[in-house]
Design a protein. Sequence first.
Length: 134
Amino acid sequence: LDQYSVNVKNQVGAAMSAGQFVILDVANDDGYSVISAPVTAGAKPHCMLKKTCAIAAICECQTYGYTSVALFENAGGTATAGEHAYLSGTFAGFSAAIVAFGGAAAVVVTDNPVGVFLDSPSADGTTELFLRLR
C-alpha cells in the first residue's frame, strides 16, 4: 500500500489526537508547524495525524493513502462510501460528509476535500478514508 507522510510540529499548545486533520501554522512560517484544522470555510488541509501528537512534538502526519483512524463527525449527515470527505464545519480537525458552515449544509467551491470515504459512517468516531492531500 502506498502511504505518504510528512513530519510536522504541533504548535497548538495541547496534544492533538490521532486522525485529526491539521493545517500549516502561518504564524510560524517554517513549513512544518501545524495547528488543528479550523472550522473556517476555505481552510486548506495539510495532513492527518497518524498518532496522538504531544505539545511541541514532531509527529508523523499522513498526506496520501489508506487510513482507518480519520476522525469523523456526523453533523453533516451520514457519509457514503465513494464520496468526498471534507473538513468539518462543526468540529475542528474532523472530517465530514457535508460541510455545514454558518448553518448552511452544502459543499461550496472554497471547501477542500481531504479524500474519499471507504465506508459509510453515520456516528461520530473514526472512519476509513483514502487520503488525497499531496
